[in-house]
Design a protein around this ligand. Structure first.
Ligand code: ASP
Ligand code: MG
Length: 461
């Protein structure tokens, strides 16, 4: 069971979570708990890094404020004095360590990716002992561990570190299984681990999910439950489409499409360990535990329509590279992608028609101008490329569902739905896996497009 930030957002939530865990333990479940940082804390820590560079005077105050929040959470959620004191001791020692680290940043006048991960790790290092203390206080035998103590080892790609899967799984098993066998609930920090040289690393934002699936795979768990603050993955963003409902069942491949696109409820790589070991993943609502949530498996039984969800990705930009010299010239696409790849610019969507005279791409908006200027300086003026144009006010709307595979007419329904709303489609892509049809529309039109597709496939409750 992994608990996200809002599930640990205040003392009342922590108590509620501890009660939930206790209930499952008492009914015979063997549980490993993975804890995320309290909501907003990872962001606050990353901000602290930045302004520690500039302003020494603020360091003590902001560290204090962060710790006050955690001390208060501990005091209000842990009733047993003995456990509370142990937790307060841990929090105080983390506080001193973080303060020194931030002063260090100030005097050294630089933040390296390694230091940033070290600072970011304090969120989980503070929240996890509080949950452990609360659990112990309500009579659950538990022990808390950091991701590295539990056995997760990563490469040194700070900020987005990849675990060495087999080694980590072996170590996780060796460390956690004996605890479970002794009836002890391991409470592990999500998101953080160490590299082989012993530096603290993070698995990327939202990485606690990844920690949870990795542990589940190591222990051959029956299910991973990702506890969050919504009932599960939704058919659309309810802020855009009020009739959006929870999806009961999804396949792994559908869920991967949703995690990457807009649904933002999962770390994009979090499903990998679950897929590899075929472990069911359930997304559940901490604050509505009677709802079964969304179940993600290799073979969902629940059918549903051909399209299961509509997502939207905003904050993107479109680039169009055009030139008759590109027609029939091998290596053109490679050249373009290499230029962007070298500059670490992620390409999110690609389209080229069979005439080969232009290639369109969608990239994150914050990298759009950099991408355009790189392509301009490298490609313009060659006989290959005639013009490079871009648009920044666009969004990608995607219809997702493996039921559309081999089912004629799905694209027709999507395009008719958006056309009936008067929305112009700027670009289209569908991979041959036929799992996802993505269309680019004006940003102003994207909500209309989502609602139209949602309605056309009867996804409303
Ligand atoms: N605390 C980390 C973050 O906010 C990891 C997580 O929440 O899963 O990204
Ligand atoms: Mg979080």
């Amino acid at each position: 069971m992994k608990f996200g930030g809002t599930s640990l957002g205040d003392a009342a939530s922590v108590k509620h979570v501890a009660g939930l865990i206790r209930k499952y333990v008492q009914t015979g479940y063997q549980v490993v708990v993975v804890s995320s940082a309290s909501s907003g804390v990872t962001d606050e820590l990353l901000n602290m890094c930045e302004w520690s560079l500039k302003d020494e005077k603020l360091i003590a105050d902001r560290v204090n404020a962060l710790f006050e929040k955690h001390l208060y959470m501990a005091e209000m959620s842990i009733e047993n004095c003995g456990w509370l004191n142990s937790v307060l001791e841990i929090l105080n020692s983390s506080k001193r360590e973080l303060e020194k680290l931030l002063y260090g940043i100030h005097y050294v006048k630089e933040i390296t990716p390694r230091i940033r991960d070290y600072v970011a790790s304090f969120g989980e290092v503070m929240s996890t002992p509080i949950l452990w203390g609360c659990l112990s206080s309500v009579g659950v035998k538990a022990e808390w561990l950091t991701g590295w103590d539990a056995g997760i080892v990563t490469d040194s790609n700070y900020g987005e570190a990849k675990p060495f899967i087999e080694l980590s799984k072996l170590q996780l098993r060796n460390k956690l299984q004996p605890m479970i066998d002794r009836g002890i609930i391991p409470v592990v920090t999500g998101y953080i681990a160490k590299s082989q040289d012993g530096s603290i690393t993070t698995l990327g934002r939202g990485g606690s999910d990844y920690t949870a699936t990795l542990i589940a795979a190591a222990l051959k768990a029956d299910e991973v439950w990702l506890w969050t603050d919504v009932d599960g993955l939704m058919t659309a963003d309810p802020k855009i489409e009020p009739s959006a409902g929870t999806i009961k069942e999804l396949s792994f491949e559908e869920a991967v499409e949703m995690a990457i696109l807009g649904a933002k409820r999962m770390h994009p790589r979090a499903l990998e360990p679950a897929i590899a070991d075929n472990i069911a993943v359930r997304i559940r609502n901490t604050f509505n535990p009677d709802n079964p949530g969304t179940l993600i498996t290799s073979k969902p039984t629940e059918g549903g329509d051909v399209v299961k969800a509509v997502t939207v990705t905003r904050d993107v930009g479109l680039i169009n590279v055009q030139g008759f010299g590109m027609v029939g010239t091998p290596g053109t696409a490679a050249k373009i992608f290499q230029i962007l790849g070298k500059a670490n610019i992620n390409i999110m969507m690609i389209a080229q028609t069979v005439s080969e005279s232009n290639i369109s791409m969608v990239v994150p908006r914050k990298t759009l101008m950099k991408a355009v200027s790189l392509l301009e300086t490298t490609l313009l003026g060659t006989d290959l490329v005639r013009s490079i144009s871009y648009e920044s006010d666009i969004a990608v709307v995607a219809a997702i569902g493996s039921g559309m595979r081999g089912k004629p007419g799905t694209a027709a329904r999507i395009f008719k739905a958006v056309a009936d709303e008067g929305v112009n489609v700027r670009m289209i892509a569908q991979g041959s896996s036929e799992l996802n049809i993505s269309i680019v529309v004006k940003d102003d039109d994207c909500e209309k497009a989502v609602r139209a597709i949602h309605k056309a496939f009867h996804l409303g409750r």
